[in-house]
Design a protein around this ligand. Structure first.
Ligand SMILES: Cc1cc2nc3c(=O)[nH]c(=O)nc-3n(C[C@H](O)[C@H](O)[C@H](O)COP(=O)(O)OP(=O)(O)OC[C@H]3O[C@@H](n4cnc5c(N)ncnc54)[C@H](O)[C@@H]3O)c2cc1C
Length: 445
């Protein structure tokens, strides 16, 4: 019997030929054919899906816009993909409460634009912000360039509406910053990658929009000098709102094969630094900063006007897609180490002789280490390289993932390298919240 027959409030796609787009996300992982893809349009669909998943023994894989980089939304055996892109709801601003509520289906760019239209600011800015959905950013606790000053998505979530194991949608948290009536269950769900339930909406905290920005394009003659800079800036009282970088190999690729604007890029390595506090475009601030940068300031380009800043950022935003187009079978990791350990990390990477190029978020130690030749590497050798990379990050007090999450892509390494007591705790929580293991089975743990 068809387990999805007569499902209310939903579009159901069953034709195997039509299911192809849901087998992948933006990682290197490919899923198996799901039983179906369901696009729910209301709570009755979700309630019924939970009931039938338990009754018929299939799993439910939540999906936002499919831009994830850990294979978290790809189907595992005997699952239904629940594509939340048509989940109903609108973005509602509450400027007096400095917050906004939105459905999981809201594109992140619309959430950010709605805040901006009211002179407010929703900081989370994964580089996929023009294509990902709010629900996916909540489920992965997405970060981005701004995280070095403003933190990750979770720092901006006040409350979530979540579909839980009883088939009901429940609200966790309140529309306010102060809430201490027991442990914060909303925060347990943020970043849980769909394994405890589905997030169908959230209330997000906002700030007044920063009115001033200064963006610096900073070429480094000696790449090692950049690695000390995040720590030096912090110690001198500078907190950039973004600090991104390209290592010598990525810069060389961009220069040789990137768009016209990239061909003229100077330096052995390159950084983009941005400040957004009041006074950051004025002479005294810049003078102090130049003082601190010393010889690193040679060749510096300063932009405080919109278009110039946009041109600098365009370069950063195209990097992921550019590398993927040139090296379709590359594997991209996103380890993180404390900022003060960056020089040790790169020394370790060189010692391990892992053939990798790196770019990403230098300001918070979150590095996109790309193994460009992964497709041509024997699977066992590739696995050994990845494990060595993860062990290096862990040995320096870091983690396997700074922002993309575990999903399917990093599950094996996560299980192998994580403290058993922590895994046991996670399994106990999973069992309590999802005893039938219907929510995103086979992911994370
Ligand atoms: C070019 C590019 C740049 C990127 N840059 C960044 C970056 O700077 N920072 C960063 O953090 N990430 C980045 N990413 C990764 C990705 O875009 C983000 O993780 C994003 O948050 C995923 O959103 P999505 O809607 O596409 O989620 P999906 O890919 O659809 O899903 C991601 C995970 O969340 C789960 N999920 C999705 N929706 C829900 C829901 N409503 N309820 C419960 N679980 C759900 C899925 O099952 C899956 O495990 C980038 C990706 C690309 C392609």
């Amino acid at each position: 019997m068809d387990p999805l027959k007569g499902l209310p409030e939903a579009t159901v796609i069953r034709d195997p030929a039509a299911l192809e787009p849901w087998l992948r996300d933006e990682s290197h992982v490919r899923g198996v054919l799901p039983l179906a893809v369901v696009k729910p349009h209301g709570p009755a669909a979700l309630r019924e899906l939970v009931k039938r998943a338990k009754g018929e023994g299939f799993g439910l894989v939540p999906r936002g816009a499919g831009t994830g980089k850990a294979g978290g939304c790809v189907p595992t055996p005997r699952t239904v993909v629940v594509d939340l892109s048509e989940w109903p709801g609108t973005i509602a601003l509450s400027p007096r409460d400095l917050c906004l509520s939105a459905p999981a289906s809201a594109p992140l760019r619309e959430v950010k634009a709605a805040a901006e239209a009211a002179g407010l600011f929703y900081p989370p800015d994964p580089n996929s912000w023009e294509s990902c959905a709010l629900g996916g950013t909540l489920a992965t606790n997405a970060g981005g360039p701004n995280a070095c000053k403003y933190g990750m998505t979770r720092h901006w979530v006040l409350a979530v509406d979540a579909l839980m194991d009883d088939g009901g949608i429940h609200r966790f948290g309140i529309d306010g910053v102060k809430a201490n009536a027991g442990p914060n269950l909303a925060q347990l769900l943020v970043g849980s990658e769909g394994i405890f339930g589905f997030l169908v909406g959230a209330t997000l905290r906002l700030l007044p929009q920063p009115r001033e920005h200064t963006t610096l394009l900073l070429p480094a003659r000696r790449w090692e000098d950049l690695l000390e800079l995040p720590g030096r800036l912090g110690a001198a009282g500078f907190l950039p709102s973004a600090f991104e970088f390209f290592d010598p190999a990525v810069l060389a690729e961009l220069r040789a094969h990137g768009p016209e604007a990239a061909r003229r890029l100077p330096g052995e390595a390159l950084a983009i630094l941005e400040f957004d506090e009041r006074g950051c475009s004025a002479e005294p601030f810049l003078a102090d900063l130049l003082d601190l940068l010393g010889p690193l300031a040679d060749g510096l380009e300063v932009a405080s006007e919109g278009r110039q800043r946009e041109n600098i950022w365009a370069l950063r935003r195209l990097t992921s897609a550019f590398l993927k187009e040139r090296h379709p079978e590359k594997v991209s990791e996103d380890i993180v180490v404390p900022r003060s350990r960056l020089p040790e990390f790169f020394a370790g990477l060189e010692r391990l002789a892992i053939p990798a190029v790196t770019y990403g978020h230098l300001g918070d130690g979150n590095l996109h280490v790309n193994l460009l030749a992964a497709g041509a590497t024997e699977p066992e050798a590739l696995e050994a390289q990845l494990l060595a990379l993860f062990r290096l990050a862990l040995s320096l007090g870091g983690a396997l993932s700074g922002e993309h999450g575990i999903g399917l892509a990093k599950r094996k390494a996560f299980l192998a390298l994580t403290d058993p007591a922590q895994l046991q705790t996670l399994r106990a929580i999973k069992k309590a919240l999802d005893p039938a293991n219907i929510f995103n089975p086979g992911k994370v743990i």
